[in-house]
Design a binder for this molecule. Structure first.
Ligand code: GLU
Length: 330
C-alpha cells in the first residue's frame, strides 16, 4: 500500500517536472533554478555556488532563485539537463562535445541536440594520483593495479579510458578498474584498497590536497606520450599540475598532463531571460569572481567563449552581442 502511494507520488512528481522544467512560484513569479555540479570537494561545487550567489543577491531584479546540487559530475549533469531535471550543469568541454555529437556515453542515445552552451570557465587537468609505495611512475605502470577510473556519470571516466587506451592498456582486462565516486577514492587509496585514481579537476583542489596530505604518501603520475590522442581529439590540450599547491606530494617538480575546460551548459528549453542573467552577472562581476579561486585567475570574457561545441543559448548570445563579444549572427 505504502509502495503504491510512493509510486503514485513519484509519477505525479515526474509529470509536474515534465510539464514544467523551470518551476516557478505563481504568487511571486520567481523561477527556481538548479545548477548541477560535482562532489563537494571538487571545484564544480564552489563554482556553481559562486555563480548562484551573484544571481541570488539580485533576486528582486531577476526573480530567480538558484540552488546548487552536488552530483556525480559531467555526464550526470548533461543527462539531468537534457531530462529537464536541472536547468544548468557544469560539464567538461570534452563531454559537451561528445553529447552534442552523440559520442561516448551518448552513442546509443544519439545527439543531444537541445544542449546549449553558456560559457567556459577554467582549465581542468587529468590528475592521476598513485600511492608512492606502488611504484607507479607512468600510466603504463598501472597494468595489473587497482585503479579507480571514475564513477559512471563522472567526467573523468572516459578521460581515464582514453589515456589508458592511448598507451595500449585495455581498461577492462589490463587493470582492475574500480568505478567509485571521487569523494571516496582518496580514502580508498589511503586505506590501501586502491593503488591509484583518476580525477579531472581544476587545481588547486581540496580533494587532491586531502589525499596528498594523508599518511600513505602519494605522487602525481604524468600523462605524456599521448600525442596521437591530442591530435585525434582537439578538446584535449597540454596542461601542468603545479606541485607548489600540494606540499606533501612526492613529486619534486611540476607534472605534465593533459586537460580540458570546465563549461556551463543548459537546455534550449531554458528561458532566455534566465540564461541572460547568468551570463551577464558573471561577466559584469568578473573581477571579483576571479578572486574566488586561483583557477579562475586567467579568465577573460573572450576566453570564456572558447572550447564550446554546443550552440550558444540565445539568452547568452543576447548578452554577448550587447557587449560586442559576438558580432556575427550564428
Ligand atoms: N570534472 C569532474 C567531472 O566532470 C568534476 C570536477 C569537479 O567537481 O570539480 O566529473
Amino acid at each position: 500500500m505504502r509502495k503504491g502511494i510512493f509510486y503514485a507520488l513519484s509519477v505525479l512528481l515526474s509529470i509536474v517536472f515534465l510539464v514544467e522544467p523551470v518551476s516557478s512560484d505563481e504568487s511571486t513569479g520567481s523561477a527556481f533554478i538548479t545548477i548541477g555540479t560535482g562532489a563537494i570537494t571538487g571545484l564544480y561545487y564552489p563554482t556553481g555556488n559562486a555563480i548562484a550567489k551573484l544571481i541570488n543577491t539580485k533576486r528582486k531584479e531577476y526573480n530567480i532563485r538558484i540552488t546548487v546540487e552536488t552530483t556525480h559530475g559531467s555526464v550526470f549533469n548533461i543527462n539531468a539537463v537534457m531530462r529537464g531535471d536541472m536547468e544548468f550543469g557544469l560539464v567538461q568541454s570534452d563531454r559537451q562535445y561528445q553529447a552534442i555529437n552523440g559520442l561516448a556515453e551518448w552513442i546509443d542515445k544519439g545527439k543531444q541536440s537541445d544542449l546549449r552552451a553558456v560559457y567556459s570557465i577554467y582549465y581542468e587537468s587529468l590528475t592521476l594520483v598513485a600511492a608512492d609505495d606502488t611504484g607507479i611512475k607512468t600510466i603504463a605502470d598501472l597494468k595489473g593495479k587497482n585503479v579507480n577510473i571514475g564513477y559512471p556519470g563522472s567526467g573523468q571516466r572516459q578521460n581515464a579510458i582514453d589515456v589508458l587506451t592511448a598507451v595500449g592498456l585495455d581498461f577492462k582486462t589490463d587493470i582492475n578498474p574500480e568505478g567509485v565516486k571521487v569523494s571516496e577514492a582518496g580514502d580508498l587509496l589511503q586505506d590501501n584498497l586502491i593503488d591509484a585514481f583518476f580525477y579531472t579537476v581544476g587545481h588547486p583542489s581540496e580533494a587532491i590536497r586531502d589525499v596528498t596530505s594523508g599518511k600513505r604518501k602519494v605522487r602525481f603520475v604524468s600523462i605524456t606520450g599521448v600525442d596521437p590522442l591530442l591530435a585525434q581529439h582537439p578538446y584535449y590540450s597540454h596542461s601542468m599540475i603545479q606541485v607548489k599547491n600540494y606540499p606533501d606530494v612526492k613529486n619534486p617538480v611540476d607534472v605534465p598532463t593533459i586537460g580540458v575546460k570546465a563549461t556551463l551548459v543548459t537546455s534550449a528549453q531554458t528561458p532566455d531571460k534566465i540564461v541572460y542573467a547568468i551570463a551577464k552577472e558573471v561577466f559584469e562581476n568578473l573581477a571579483s569572481f576571479k578572486k574566488l579561486h586561483p583557477a579562475y585567475s586567467h579568465l577573460t570574457p573572450a576566453k570564456m567563449l572558447e572550447c564550446l561545441s554546443a550552440p550558444l543559448h540565445p539568452g547568452a548570445m543576447r548578452y554577448y552581442r550587447e557587449v560586442g563579444l559576438v558580432k556575427s549572427v550564428k
